[in-house]
Every structure is written in C-alpha cells, then in structure tokens.
Design a protein. Structure first.
Length: 381
C-alpha cells in the first residue's frame, strides 16, 4: 500500500512539473539546488551520549508566479544511553514536496497559495529497542524519521499600509495513517488546523518591530480505530525588534508557547482530560547579529536562551516534569564564491539543565552539553 501511494504521488508530481514548465505565458524558470551536511552531538553527566549526521538535498524551481520544491534527506543516528544497549539507525527521511502560487499587484492584498505533501519514504514500524533513537528536539535536529502520507494546503495574505505591514496565514494538515512501531500499528495521528498572524511597524529606514502569534488545534490520535490521545491546543505569542544598517543587522526576538491540557485514553475506552497541564510554559529569546565584510562575505553570531517551567503536577506525581533551561551560542560565515554558488558554515554549542522528572520515566536532574556543525552549499541555474 505504501509503495502504491508513493508511486501515485510521484506521478502527480511529474504532472505538476510538466504543467509548471509548459505554461505558454510563463517566463523562463529559475532552478536552485541546496545540499550539505549537519552533525549534532551531545553528552550528559550520566554517561549518555549520541551523534546524528544529516544530509539534506533541496531542489527548487520558479517560473513566474509558480514555484515547486522538493526536500529529501538521509540521516544516521547513534545513541549510547547511560543504561542499555547502543542503537544505530541509518535511513532515508520522508520526502517533502511544496507547490506554491503567488498573487501580487492584482488584488487589494498579496496572496500566497501553497500545497505541502509529505511522502512516506522514511523509517516507521520501529521495534521497541529502536525507540531510544527518537530523541528530544532540544538535543538533535531530526526527531521524526518517518510518518504517513500528509497533505497540507495553506493560504497566506499580506498587505501594506504606509509604515504598517500585516499578514495572516491559515492551514489544514491532513495526516495519514501508518505503523508507528510494532506495538502501535495502524496509528492515525489527528489532523491539525493552524493559523498565524503578524504585524510589522517601520519606525525608520533602520528600525522596525514585529508582533506575531500562532494557534494550532489538534484532532484525536487513534490506534487501530480506537481513540488514543488528543494534544491540547497550542498558542504562540512573540515580538521582535530589527536594526538594519548597510554593513550589519541585529535582530532580537522573544516568544512564549502555551498549551492547553491534553486528553489520554481511558482504561475503559474513550478519552479523559488530564488533571493538570502536563506541559510547562515555554519562553525563548534570540539575538542574531550579521556583519557583511564585503559584497561576498558575511559573518553571523547568535545567542539563544530557552526556559520551560515545570508542569502543573505536584513533584510527587507520576506525571510531573521538572523545569528545563538551555543556552546556545553560534558563530557562522557565508560567502558567495561566484554568481551562482554560495556556501555557509555554522557552529553552535549549547549547555542544558533538566530538573528531576517522573514522566515518561523517573530521572534525576541532568546536565547536557552539545555541539552542532552545519555546512550548506547552494547553487542556481
């Protein structure tokens, strides 16, 4: 069934490519290719450690108001837990396809219509021992090795009014069924409805501010047709301040994430709402600096702070999770080698502290340190 689904979607993709690049009224298309590699490494003070290498390949084609992009990748992950056997997984990741159409200067607002597809070329149906490879997103970049066939139509609008710019986006993510693991077969994750909004105000040619928000509603997850869980609604609020000069830029962004209570499976069937909120509030601050040495070379530096409060359960509850604090520092360089070839190298290091937690298993407080190296190469035709 999976192979038939992939084959059908690839036929659809090839048809879209043919239509996109044979429109009589369209101009010549632009093609860009980006690849590279990323290596994430971390260790903790309990003798646990892991390393993950990731190779992405992204191809994007543009012709007039139309664009088509394809993102594929390969990841190799190795985990050495403080207790238990070492695990390694090397596999293709899911393939992402995006179609978009832009409408500008024809309506009172600018509009972007998109369609995102997830093709299930990655790894699913894990055996129990392989689940240790699915790690926290604050430790490694790739935390989902494979899903089902997903369809995500989106529409975004934007408009300008003097010093003000505003935008609104809506999306609906339909998520297909797949076998998550040998013990969780016929897993059907709930669909997601999301909305985003943003307002910018330009104080001057060099200063502008940004206020943004997001909302997501999650449908019920089912396993073999039975209700399994339903994540709580998700709210995002944030603000940013930008300073732009000829040679350098500075960006300061702060945001917070709030989540409603989730629902879980009753032993007798159906779902119940958890007694307290199982997720703490999340606060993130980012400072990014860019300095352009010349027309070809730019240096960048970044600082990120993350703090997640402990959840609403008492410390002796089996569902209690403690607070988390993380600090990340990054340095990088980007250089255009020639007109159609550019490379970027970025290195980030972090330290993180987790308080004692009882869920999903009882763990003492832990300290982490890690390093991430990213190299990207982009070319155009």
């Amino acid at each position: 069934m999976k192979q038939k689904t992939i084959t059908g979607i690839l036929i659809l993709l090839l048809g879209a490519v043919y239509i996109l690049f044979n429109l009589e009224t369209a101009a010549a298309y632009d093609l860009s290719v980006q690849t590279g590699f990323q290596v994430d490494w971390w260790k903790d003070d309990k003798d646990g450690k892991a390393v993950q290498a990731h190779i992405p390949v992204e191809i994007e084609a543009r012709q007039g108001d139309y664009s088509l992009s394809l993102l594929a990748g390969y990841a190799s992950t190795h985990v050495e837990p403080s207790a238990g056997e070492n695990r390694t997984l090397s596999h293709l990741l899911d393939t992402k396809v995006n179609f978009s159409y832009t409408v500008t200067d024809r309506l009172p607002v600018d509009m972007l219509i998109g369609l995102d597809l997830n093709l299930p070329t990655g790894k699913t149906d894990f055996v129990q021992e392989e689940l240790a490879l699915i790690m926290d997103p604050d430790l490694v970049s790739i935390t989902t090795f494979g899903e089902g066939f997903n369809v995500n139509p989106t529409v975004s609008v934007a408009w300008d009014r003097g010093a003000w710019t505003a935008g609104l986006g809506l999306g609906y993510l339909w998520r297909g069924e797949y076998d998550f693991s040998r013990n969780v077969q016929d897993y059907d994750p709930g669909d997601i409805v999301n909305a985003t909004a943003e307002v910018r105000y330009y104080f001057s040619p060099v200063w502008n501010s940004r206020f943004f928000g997001g909302y997501a509603w999650y449908g019920k997850d089912t396993v073999e047709g039975e209700d399994f869980a339903q994540p709580g609604r998700h709210y995002l609020l944030g603000a940013g301040l930008y300073y732009n000069r000829t040679r350098w830029d500075a960006v300061l962004t702060v945001r917070t994430v709030l989540r409603d209570k989730s629902k879980f499976q009753e032993t007798s069937g159906g779902l119940f709402t958890e007694d307290s909120n199982g997720r703490g509030r999340e606060f993130t601050g980012d400072l990014m600096l860019t300095y352009r040495l010349n027309d070809k070379t730019a240096l960048n530096a970044s600082v990120r702070g993350l703090y997640i409060t402990d959840n609403d359960y008492p410390a002796d509850s089996s569902r209690f999770t403690g607070a988390r604090g993380k600090t990340e520092l990054g340095l990088g360089v980007g250089r255009r080698i020639c007109r159609n070839l550019r490379y970027e190298v970025n290195v980030k290091g972090f330290v993180m502290h987790d308080e004692e937690t009882n869920f999903p298993e009882t763990r003492d407080a832990r300290d982490f340190s890690g390093l991430s190296t990213v190299m990207r190469l982009t070319t155009g035709f």
